[in-house]
Design a binder for this molecule. Structure first.
Ligand code: GLA
Length: 404
């Protein structure tokens, strides 16, 4: 018996077999193929993507698998191993903003976006299985979108999945699916991580122009582990809170006469002038700390990448800690469970720790000596038990390949 709950990823063979078997069982025929795409964890650069900023995710070994068979009509039939009952059915002609509920929106949204972009995509049957934990802030939705995107790309011979330029296009289409069909006003970090990452590397994504740089990221060589703590905290109003953060950033940028808050990170004057400029505004209480977070967080991405480039991954802990404080105090997207996970991990010897992803629940990351992993896991689990919280889950994050 293990003392803590470790979410071990499936091998690609195992995941593919599961999705294929589900397809055969539910649709009574073989799929045309199986495609898969990873969840992601962000090292640093949080709530920067929709501000045209920088972020630094890695693709996880935990993937979503989609077995797909094309149809010769416009129907989409969907089954998931995580759901029983009859297949869901959607006609592509009926898909539009607000017309599809739940997880099928992420699937048919991708087909809709491809059609909007002029690709002749028709109906299909799809069976989905996943070892990306749902609701953990590890982008299970982007993994689902991306697995379907590469499936439809291959089956329709669109050739977008073949190179990074095409994958950048697929990323944009998956973001449209999420924003317009699933109705979540997220930025583009998650889809880019799932579609454009490279094994052994973190993805430095510049959301101003979509440019990427693959930064070598090999913790094992340094005797380190990136431990992810899924707090399993469920928080209401997440969508509204996220949208509110995004809206106040856009309002502040407009008030400052900037195209986006990214401009502050490239401003020769620095960013502090912006806080003074906002001080008299009616929403200063909210906008000043939001702006401070975005400007300093983009700076921390640059600092962390500089350390990685210099081979100094052991020195990144204070940047992770500072990011968490900024998200907790200035951006107010942390919560009790995330703060507890971060504090317990640090007390047990983590070199640095922070919440990751959108916040309000979800996951935290801790950079840990390989020899200390179990001690940190046990300490975090004990802290949750002492606080009367349900047990968190753990996973070890390594930088893996993109959707294929
Ligand atoms: C969620 C969104 C991303 C990003 C993060 C915060 O994961 O999907 O686009 O905004 O929150 O960095």
């Amino acid at each position: 018996m293990t003392a803590v709950d470790r979410l071990v990823p499936w091998t690609v063979d195992e995941g593919s077999s599961r999705a294929r078997a589900l397809f055969v069982d539910r649709f009574g025929t073989d799929p045309d193929g199986v495609w898969s795409a990873p969840g992601r964890v962000n090292l640093i650069g949080e709530h920067t993507d929709y501000n045209d900023g920088l972020c630094l995710p890695i693709a996880l070994p935990h993937r979503t698998y989609a077995a797909v068979r094309l149809r010769d009509d416009d129907r989409v039939r969907l089954v998931s191993a995580q759901e029983s009952g009859d297949p869901r059915e959607v006609d592509l002609a009926d898909v539009g903003p607000g017309t599809v509920d739940g997880w099928p929106a992420y699937v048919v949204g991708v087909a809709w976006a491809l059609r909007q972009a002029g690709h002749a995509v028709g109906g299909f049957d799809v069976a989905v299985d996943s070892c990306v934990p749902y609701g953990a802030g590890l982008s299970s939705s982007a993994a689902l979108e991306s697995s379907v995107a590469v499936a439809l790309d291959a089956l329709h011979d669109l050739r977008l999945g073949r190179d990074d330029a095409g994958r950048s296009t697929l990323t944009t289409l998956c973001v449209r699916a999420e924003n317009e069909i699933a109705g979540a006003p997220t930025g583009g970090m998650d889809q880019a991580a799932s579609l454009r990452s490279r094994a052994g590397h973190a993805l430095l994504l510049d959301c101003l122009d979509g440019a990427v740089r693959h930064v070598p990221f090999d913790l094992a060589a340094e005797g380190l582990v990136l431990l992810v703590v899924d707090t399993r905290a469920e928080h209401a109003l997440v969508d509204g809170q996220y949208a509110a953060r995004r809206a106040s950033c856009e309002a502040a940028a407009a008030r400052l006469g900037l195209p986006s808050l990214r401009a502050l990170a490239d401003d020769a004057r620095g960013w502090a002038w912006a806080l003074d400029a906002l001080a008299g505004s009616p929403d200063a209480d909210v906008e000043v700390p939001r702006v401070r977070h975005v400007a300093t967080e983009i700076g921390r991405v640059r600092d962390l990448v500089a350390l990685l480039d210099a081979g100094r991954v052991r020195d990144v802990g204070p940047l992770l800690d500072a990011s968490h404080e900024s998200l907790r105090v200035d951006y107010t997207v942390s919560c009790r469970e995330l703060d507890l996970a971060v504090a317990a991990a640090r007390s047990a010897g983590a070199l640095g720790a922070r919440m990751t992803g959108g916040g309000f629940g979800g996951s935290a990351i801790a950079l840990v000596e390989a020899a200390d992993v179990e001690r940190v896991e046990l300490a975090v689990a004990a802290a949750f038990a002492d606080a009367g919280l349900s047990a968190p889950g753990f996973l070890v994050a390594t930088a893996e390949a993109a959707a294929s």
